[in-house]
Write a protein that binds this ligand. Structure first.
Ligand code: GTP
Ligand code: MG
Length: 298
């Protein structure tokens, strides 16, 4: 059963706002991948607002959704949801988007989806950069996507320097070949310091190419890994300055509370949600819709 259905049936069975209901809701949130402390805190806030406003049991799902939405919006403050939503915000020069993440979370697939999304919905000219030079097949995998989509792919040989790939992609963009570079990285290093060093090098390459060029780092997380995804985010966020999260495989998960933990515990906003293997299976994250769906509304 999808979590949204579960929470919906939970609310539909309750007509009285009792202590027991709040306790059960807390357990349910934990089941939905909330951290225990955060679930407790959320329910406490609901309880307090109930004391003041005396709303009915029927109003509880909406109150929960509003509270959750607020938490999500707070995480997005300063970063903005999502960067290219508004076609008027097309960058003057170029933006490099680096996709980071552990093995198999969906980085390469997401790179292709973003290229398609930016071109179709935002009118941008994307370039794919094969900066995962670590795995031999990774370059070909990205080239296949590029061919299918008709998007240019900048690639070097297997084992090459990822920063040099980004440099060449930036050259191509600078020469008018594009305005958004999506770099598929190996996204993991043997040590944190090696990862940090690698990313600093890429930052320098981008900064050296243009005053207004910017480098945005997104961490790709597999939604099916639940609380483990949060642990990954913690490690990466500690090592590098992440702009946000891309959540993949949301089609295969029943829960989704991790999104609220990312927002509340790490102040990391989710930017995109991927719901399948096709290019179109990506959506810009909508805090209101997400909070309402989670609370079983609509
Ligand atoms: N159902 C579903 N599958 C996905 C989604 N995103 C990616 N996948 C699948 O997940 C698998 C791994 O995807 P990749 O894009 O190769 O992952 P990666 O992070 O690049 O993997 P490595 O380069 O090996 O680290 C593939 O079979 C994808 O089709 C999604 O949103 N939903
Ligand atoms: Mg890959």
């Amino acid at each position: 059963m999808k979590f949204a259905e579960k929470i919906r049936s939970f609310f539909s069975e309750k007509s009285v706002l009792s202590q027991e209901l709040f306790d059960d809701l807390c357990d349910l949130l934990v089941e939905g991948d909330f951290g225990a402390a955060q679930a407790y805190q959320t329910v406490e806030l609901l309880r307090e607002s109930h004391k003041k406003e005396k709303f009915s049991a029927e109003a509880l799902p909406l109150k929960l959704a509003e509270l959750l939405e607020e938490q999500l919006l707070k995480a997005g403050t300063g970063t903005g949801y999502p960067p290219f939503d508004d076609p008027k915000s097309i960058p003057e020069n170029f933006t490099v988007i680096l996709l980071l993440g552990v093995n198999g979370v969906g980085k390469t697939t997401t790179a292709a989806k973003l290229a398609s999304l930016y071109r179709e919905k935002c009118g941008l000219k994307p370039i794919l950069a094969a900066a995962d030079t670590f795995r031999a097949a990774a370059i070909d995998q990205l080239k296949i996507h590029g061919d299918r989509l008709g998007v240019r792919v900048v690639a070097h040989k297997h084992g090459g320097d990822p920063a040099a790939v980004v440099y060449d992609a930036a050259e191509a963009a600078w020469a008018g070949g594009g305005n958004v570079i999506i770099a598929d990285t190996a996204g993991r290093m043997h040590t944190k310091s090696a990862l940090v060093e690698e990313l600093r090098k890429i930052d320098r390459v981008v900064a050296g190419k243009s005053d207004t060029g910017r480098c945005v780092k997104y961490l790709v997380l597999d939604a099916t890994t639940g609380r483990n995804a949060l642990a990954q985010a913690e490690i990466f966020h500690d090592a590098v300055d992440l702009a946000g999260i891309i959540l993949t495989k949301y089609d295969s998960t029943a829960r989704g509370g991790t999104v609220f933990s990312l927002a509340c515990e790490l102040h990391l906003p989710v930017m995109y949600i991927c719901t399948g293997e096709k290019y179109g299976d990506i959506e810009t994250f909508n805090p209101r819709r997400y909070a309402r769906e989670f609370a079983g509304i609509g």
